[in-house]
Ligand binder design. Structure first.
Ligand code: COA
Length: 260
């Protein structure tokens, strides 16, 4: 598939997906969401050969400045719900992705941009990054999962404060709230992401992916997370990776994992 609004690059250990509408601060229009969805399928189909997916925005100014307000303006009482549902569907795919997804937030992460970052498993931000859910300024609320994910990350009271005011916060405030994992100078952002991926890619990949499944179970109230954890733990004990990892430790050498 030929993409027009995103770039998808395969690197040695990971995929890099760049939102690519810098003249519109990488605002998320319907084409971006469709291409994002298609790119997720490509990465998923190649997930045996890759460790992580990185999401970022093109240009020095913005990760994504939200849903495309021109397209948003066209919505009405009969189209608005499905407009939100499509974004929710794509972002839920990211949250439930089989390999770790890292958002490298390189500037504005507003509205749908903040929601996209929150659907990733880990967020690293550049010092100039700014976060907000400014939808109330437009007479709406976050529609791509923001009302559900923000409270889990920052707590209910802070999520309400941010959502009903729409105020923009700095990368360092986002760090202090737990909205991002780390903040670094813009020029170091990709290096920081890549050195983290280097660590993850040296581990047993079956265990890395199983960690996502087990931790996700902790946020599902209808699931017995402890049972999920014990079941996954048990199934990993049957893998060659587990035998190799423990044997390598006892033999004082680095493990050679095969994902079997
Ligand atoms: N949807 C559509 N276009 C957007 C956009 C969005 N969410 N955010 C920015 N753009 C466009 C601008 O319209 C402008 O396009 P133009 O050059 O054709 O006029 C271009 O991106 C650059 O934005 P501009 O506003 O000129 O940059 P700025 O540095 O002065 O301000 C922001 C940056 C992010 C503060 C400002 O663009 C903004 O408030 N954007 C909307 C954020 C928002 O409410 N997002 C939530 C949507 S639900």
């Amino acid at each position: 598939m030929e993409f027009t609004t995103i770039l998808l690059e395969k690197k040695a250990t990971h995929y890099l997906l760049t939102l690519n509408r810098p003249d519109k601060l990488n605002a998320l229009n319907a084409t971006v969401l469709q291409e994002l969805d298609a790119a997720l399928t490509i990465v998923e189909q190649d997930s045996a050969n890759t460790c992580c997916l990185v999401l970022t925005g093109s240009g020095p100014k913005s990760f994504a400045a939200g849903a495309d307000i021109a397209q948003l303006h066209e919505q009405n009482g009969s189209t608005g719900k499905s407009f939100a549902e499509f974004g929710q569907k794509v972002f839920s795919r990211i949250e439930n992705f089989s390999i770790p997804v890292i958002a490298a937030v390189n500037g504005f992460a507003l509205g749908g941009g903040c929601e996209l970052a929150m659907s990733a498993h880990i967020r690293y931000a550049s010092e100039n990054a700014k976060f907000a859910q400014p939808e109330v300024s437009l007479g709406i609320i976050p529609g791509y999962g923001g009302t559900q994910r923000l409270p889990k990350l920052v707590g209910v009271a802070k999520a309400i404060e941010l959502t009903i005011s729409g105020v923009m916060i700095s990368a360092n405030e986002a760090l202090s709230l737990g909205l991002v994992n780390a903040v670094c100078p813009m020029e170091e952002l990709m290096m920081k992401v890549e050195s983290f991926i280097d660590i993850v890619s040296s581990k047993g990949q079956l265990a890395v992916r199983a960690s996502l499944d087990a931790i996700r179970a902790s946020t599902n109230p209808s699931t017995d997370g402890m049972d999920v954890e014990a079941t996954i733990f048990g199934s990993l004990c049957a893998t060659e990776d587990f035998k190799e990892g423990t044997k390598a430790f006892l033999e004082k050498r680095s493990p050679e994992f095969t994902s079997r």
